[in-house]
Design a protein around this ligand. Structure first.
Ligand code: MN
Length: 538
């Protein structure tokens, strides 16, 4: 239990720990979410991310469903090579199986997944098949798939509501017919986690031949229990778990891959299992899938929600700033989510405000801090959240006395197509003298920023002594650049805000406004650099 308390997570595979395979079905079951259809190019970029995540099996699509889907399976199979198993879905129909085999021709590790509904509801209303006929179809389909492919997965659709002895009979028959994985989905998300776990245990002890194949769990989220059900199935002995990124899928969705694998990273040792998923890719995968499908991730979504590592109440903020694990069981960095965030609201305390101001590059002495805190409370009472921009504006009221170290005197830019973007910049330095340079770049902003960097760096190299202790080395990266119009129309005043980050992770913001956004950009950049230099003196 120690690992849970400290938030340390591991996907290591020490002796005696069972490796659970992860089948990602974002491209197949996930695509069945309403409005989530993706074209081949989009599927390829998701497949590329799934490889970085190191999933064992990528279910790429349902080739018989449309020429477009066929083509995406071909492209995913070509991309993946031997890095993962590529699976294609079929109904228990010869034509589907043939199409899947053709689409998987380029796959180095192909898998055909075939099957049919086995619950009384599915048999009677959807398939209109007797139990015996359905059994025949299942066996025939598996044998047909084995003609093309040594790796065949059989799915017993709606297994969660199927009659047990009949389910066992079908599974035994398909295993004998050559299925190498048997998937028992709770297609309708009907079962409680303990019931799904119990079904897995039952099948493992009652189906002849099951020890020689992989038993797969596939849960749906109709009761909000898909992750819990998947974990119960894994704990009961399932050797494969099926899920989608962000839990997208039919109706309330599939089980969310990120939730399952992080829960297993935290608790896997207790139940004796691990996965091979690269956890620090989870945030990137989530964002990519949300962006491509247009299905936004709720802020409070576990692991990948925008607020999953955000702390709002003063008590929580104070705790997290003192020791992250007081209110976090997962270090956001392990899932690729950057740092925990402190959301500033009316409930935030002094510790959180001071921390954020320091991150923004303001060194505030205690006398001024009292006044700033009072102003902050006034703003926070009017707004649900106080953003960096609000703090910048607030600090500007106190910042006026501070002279800019470097000032922009002249900016002249030439750019266009075909033209090499070039910026000529004249700055007035701390000693009152002007310095000039001309630099080219990939665009007007790039050329301008490079010219400013070059001037400041060169001046400190030549006149460092005169400028005192200041360190002119600009070891900062541009972290954020945003333009917004503050008035209407094409003659609007454009405001640019930039954030620079230094080697210690400190953020320095700068703002600039002008009718010309290149000038706004130069002002903003210089404003932020002046803060960097001031912090170096402080
Ligand atoms: Mn499904």
């Amino acid at each position: 239990m120690n690992s849970v308390v400290t938030g340390a997570m591991s996907n290591a595979d020490p002796m005696g720990i069972r490796h659970v395979k992860v089948l990602d079905t974002t491209l197949r079951d996930g695509e069945q979410s309403s409005g989530a259809s993706m074209d081949a190019t989009e599927k390829i970029s998701i497949a590329r991310e799934l490889l970085r995540l190191n999933v064992d099996i990528i279910e790429a699509g349902f080739p018989a469903s449309s020429p477009g889907d066929f083509d995406s399976v071909v492209q995913v199979a070509t991309l993946v090579g031997d890095k993962a198993v590529v699976c294609a879905l079929t109904r228990a129909v010869a034509g589907d199986i043939e199409a899947a085999a053709a689409a998987l021709a380029a796959a180095e590790r192909p898998r055909i997944q075939t099957g049919l509904g086995l619950s009384p509801t599915h048999l009677r209303y959807k398939l209109q098949l007797s139990e015996d006929n359905a059994l025949d179809h299942a066996v025939k389909a598996v044998k047909e798939a084995r003609r093309y492919c040594a790796d065949v997965q059989f799915y017993a659709e709606d297994a969660g509501r199927a009659e047990r002895s009949y389910l066992c009979k079908v599974l035994k028959a398909v295993i004998a017919a050559g299925a190498t994985t048997v998937n028992v989905p709770d297609t309708t998300g009907a079962l409680l986690p303990n019931q799904y776990g119990e079904l897995i245990s039952y099948l493992l002890t009652h189906v002849e031949g099951i020890a020689d194949v992989t038993l797969a769990a596939h849960a749906h989220n109709d009761l909000g229990l898909a992750t819990a059900a998947s974990l119960a199935a894994v704990a009961a002995g399932a050797g494969q778990v099926e899920a989608t990124i962000n839990g997208i899928g039919e109706r309330a969705g599939n089980a969310a891959l990120e939730e399952i694998v992080v829960a297993l990273a935290l608790h896997g040792a207790e139940i004796g299992v691990c996965t091979q998923i690269k956890l620090d890719e989870l945030t990137r995968a989530s964002r990519l899938v949300a962006q491509i499908t247009g299905i936004a991730v709720p802020a409070n979504k576990a692991i990948v929600g925008a607020g999953a590592f955000a702390h709002s109440s003063g008590i929580h903020q104070d705790g997290v700033l003192k020791q992250r694990s007081t209110y976090e069981i997962i270090d956001p960095k392990t899932v690729g989510a950057g740092a925990s965030s402190i959301v500033l609201t009316a409930r935030s305390g002094r510790a959180a405000l001071r921390h954020r101001l320091e991150q923004l590059g303001y060194a505030v002495d205690s006398a001024v801090f009292k006044q700033i805190h009072r102003r902050f409370k006034q703003i926070a009472d009017k707004k649900s959240q106080v953003y960096d921009e609000d703090l910048e504006a607030l600090m500007a009221e106190y910042d006026r006395g501070l002279e800019a170290i470097w000032k922009l005197k002249i900016l002249q830019v030439s750019c266009g197509s075909p033209l090499i973007a070039t910026a000529t910049v004249v700055l007035t330095g701390p000693d009152g003298n002007d310095v000039t340079t001309c630099v080219s770049g990939t665009g007007p902003i790039d050329a301008t920023f490079k010219a400013i960097d070059a001037l400041i760096t060169r001046s400190y190299e030549q006149n460092g002594e005169q400028y005192g202790e200041q360190n002119g080395r600009l070891t900062v990266d541009l972290f954020r650049y945003a333009v917004s119009a503050i008035t209407r129309g094409s003659d609007a005043l454009g405001e640019v805000s930039v954030q620079l980050v230094d080697e210690q992770g400190r953020i320095f913001s700068g703002r600039g406004a002008d009718g010309d956004i290149i000038v706004s950009s130069a002002k903003a950049y210089l404003n932020a650099l002046n803060r960097v230099l001031r912090a170096a003196v402080a």
